[in-house]
Ligand binder design. Sequence first.
Ligand code: HEM
Length: 365
Amino acid sequence: MEGLAESFLESTFLGLWLFGWDKLPKRLHLTAIWAVSLGSALSAAFILAANSWMQHPVGYQMVNGKPQLNDIWALFTNPVFVWGYAKVLFASLVTGAVVMLAVSAWQLRHRGDREVFTRSARLALVVLVPAILFTMLVGDELGVIEARYQPMKIAAAEAQWTTCQPCSFSLFQIGGGNNDHTPTQIIEIPHLLSLLATNHWNGQVVGMTPLQQQYTSQFGSGYYVPNVFIQYWAMRVMAYLGVPVLLISVWGLWLLRRKKLATSRVFLHVAVWGAVLPFLMNTAGWFLTESGRQPWIVQGIMLTKNGISPTVSTTTLWISLVAFAALYGTLATVDLLLMLRYSRDQLPPPRTEADVDAPVPAVQY
Ligand code: HEM
């Protein structure tokens, strides 16, 4: 479904948008890029529906020991999907707005096409404030949903080995991981974890040790605790970096109101470097989601170790892993260099009356 629907939608309309400059009527040309973004949102929906099924399997029956989908509607009403999809859409709005703000800030710092880039900075900031607030709110609700369906994931993200009620939120700690359950240093806020994980002041969070015992009796002997260090710090990198993004956006709106944004060198400098933050937050978010599902490939149904194909040798695995890493690494580097180069380009001079019938200069690649 994802391939058929969104790939055709995205690639067809991206082609129309790229090569339709001064050929398509303006409105139709604009519709083309909207169709591309609709395609990406659809693709995210299909990917998240499949991923959320692995986190919390629904709408299936076991046939000859294999899960068989028997209710596609359950797939798209899976609470992990509904909140996870909302989360990813808001997180992508945050990413787009922060990058747009960074490009505008760089241009304002270097060539000062003030009218155009103040307008783009304003658009980025107006989207960024609600987008980051909703990402955090939806993130909190996703935490409550996952505490219900993947309690081990959330207990690991909080390095919570024993069951607690009420529960303090660990703001920072040293140790307390898989090999030493007791942290040497910890700064904590009373009741906050109960609120974040259960929406209740005195809510209970089941610890990893009792969950390990429960899963052993339910699924047989095995170690069911994910990597606590990754879970703990992935949650904190993702959530804590949301705070400077929120502060930068409020600061920007305040400067805009006072018509000082284009001249505030400190803000423009900070806004340029802020472009790094969403990439760190999103990557940390996916570490939290995927590492937190281990040792399961499908929660409660199939362990990752049983997903290894018996016919593929370790050497072949390594070769394909290195090949993919090299390919995606090269593509990411080229992509970054192209984005840096074109985001620093000067805008073409504004069109004069004489240019009205002249063809619109297409994006020069
Ligand atoms: C207070 C702030 C936040 C909280 C409480 C929070 C909570 C969570 C939780 C619980 C998950 C795991 C979901 C799962 O395993 O299904 C998650 C995943 C994720 N988070 Fe956050 N988050 C916060 C802020 C952010 C921010 C600011 C961003 C990026 C702009 C972000 C991006 C992501 C991404 C990309 C994922 C993986 C996708 C997914 O599982 O839905 N989060 N977050």
